[in-house]
Ligand binder design. Structure first.
Ligand SMILES: NC(=O)c1ccc[n+]([C@@H]2O[C@H](COP(=O)([O-])OP(=O)(O)OC[C@H]3O[C@@H](n4cnc5c(N)ncnc54)[C@H](O)[C@@H]3O)[C@@H](O)[C@H]2O)c1
Length: 411
């Protein structure tokens, strides 16, 4: 029986708790929870029928009484290392949200403590566990397209998601969260490391915040959508995004459940998510282009854009004998071996339509359970394996800030 605790019972924490609990009462028991937000804490307490002594709003009391085998650390970006260290010192293995940290020194410290305590740390790079991404990995490993030469990777953030998370929301400021290349793109960088099966030799990057700033606010616009003359016509109007278009981010707008239109109407009057996208305190980039050379000679592009109509990643893999195109938006994997008819695989045939990150959330939960209980390690995003993507992100950000300078990564 795996005893599980969780600090940070927000959207991600709830998903992992739910995923682990659904493995069965004979396998997993949720034993304690911590969140500063009493509403969220009580909702989860009720779900897992915990007594008052097993739920905490104070992290020190939570860790002092920790009795779990696995602690989920799903607080915000800047808290992961502190919470993971406290959990390991209290004797627990850790499932830690990405990004690990935006500072190399903190990651090294975490690795050092992990080695000293002998605890396991799994990082939530969920896409490695999504069936579509696993299928492409297998095709490449089986030599379906010969020797891999180059990967072209596009991160279509989507304009509403950009506005929600990176302009109005939790990941809008790099000091409070992390730079975009770490916050959003550490998944993409991790996938590139996984597919190329190599460490990074050099990286360069350009990008900036072009659009979501006050000089681009339309004439006469208000600082909140509630009383703006462009309400209903501006594509970033919060009422259009959350109420008319039912954007998934509405779950972050309110803790009230069920989420009705009336609840959202009221919340958006005062919520950060009701602010004009041109009058927020955001500083993370809205587009960024990165070029990478790996130690084994494979090269990659990563293009991140908040200016996209579509959402979803596109990855194109070019090998000496063919090409594979994985397109989340279209929901297809195209296998194009030179001289043959192309084969099209529908991603929906590989995955349960209702699962998050294309089945990656569910896959990560199962892999974590196996990793912690049996040590099984296929595709595992352990701390060791996950560091490379972060080193690449730090170097890319340094390159971006110096106008695209080529950075060599020293390992
Ligand atoms: N793996 C992925 O694909 C993925 C996707 C989205 C977000 N994330 C990451 O997951 C993390 C959580 O994101 P989220 O969307 O769940 O955010 P969230 O704001 O919904 O949840 C975070 C929770 O942590 C709580 N919290 C913060 N500090 C705390 C403290 N000191 N003690 C106790 N509770 C505390 C907050 O009250 C909140 O309920 C972030 O680091 C984010 O970058 C990962």
């Amino acid at each position: 029986m795996l005893k599980v605790s969780c600090i940070g019972c927000g959207l991600r924490g709830q998903r992992y708790l739910n995923g682990l609990a659904s493995l069965g009462t004979d396998k997993v028991k949720i034993v304690s929870l911590c969140d500063k937000d009493l509403v969220r804490l009580s909702q989860e307490q009720e779900k897992y029928q915990l007594s008052d002594k097993d739920v905490y709003t104070d992290e020190d009391r939570f860790f002092a009484n920790l009795k779990s085998d696995l602690c989920i650390v799903s607080t915000q970006d800047q808290d992961h290392v502190r919470h993971a260290i406290k959990a390991m010192k209290a004797g627990s293995d850790v499932l830690c949200e990405k990004p690990i940290s935006d500072k190399e020194s903190e990651i090294r410290k975490l690795l050092d403590i992990q080695k000293k305590t002998g605890k396991k740390v799994m990082i939530c790079h969920v896409l490695r566990f999504a069936p579509a991404y696993k299928k492409v990995k297998k095709l490449i490993e089986d030599g379906a397209i010969g020797d891999l030469a180059f990967i072209d990777s596009i991160e279509n953030v989507n304009y509403a998601h950009q506005a929600h998370s990176y302009v109005r929301g939790n990941w809008r400021r790099k000091e409070e969260a992390s730079p975009m290349i770490i916050a959003k793109c550490c998944h993409d960088l991790d996938l590139l490391v996984w597919y190329t099966n190599s460490k990074c030799k050099s990286i360069s990057s350009v990008g900036d915040l072009k659009f979501f700033k006050k000089e681009n606010q339309p004439d006469g616009a208000s600082d909140r959508c509630v009383n703006c003359k462009y309400r209903g016509t501006c594509p970033f109007d919060a009422y259009t995004i959350y109420i008319k278009n039912h954007f998934w981010g509405k779950e972050a707008v309110t803790n009230i459940r069920p989420i009705t239109d009336e609840v959202l109407e009221k919340e958006l009057e005062t919520s950060p998510y009701g602010r004009c996208v041109f009058k927020c305190d955001n500083d993370v980039v809205d587009h960024q282009l990165t070029q990478i050379v790996f130690n084994n000679g494979i090269k990659a592009n990563l293009r991140m854009s908040g200016f996209t109509y579509d959402a979803g990643r596109i990855m194109k893999f070019y090998g000496t004998a063919g090409q594979i195109d994985l397109d989340e938006g279209r929901g297809t994997i195209e296998i194009k071996v030179f001289g043959k008819e192309k084969e099209v695989v529908q991603i929906s045939s590989l995955v349960d339509a209702i699962s998050g990150h294309g089945g990656g959330d569910e896959g990560l939960v199962k892999a974590t359970y196996e990793y912690i209980t049996t040590g099984y390690t296929e595709g595992v995003t352990s701390l060791d394996a996950s560091i490379e993507s972060h080193l690449m992100g730090f170097a890319a950000e340094e390159s971006r800030l110096s106008g695209g300078k080529l950075m060599e990564i020293k390992h």
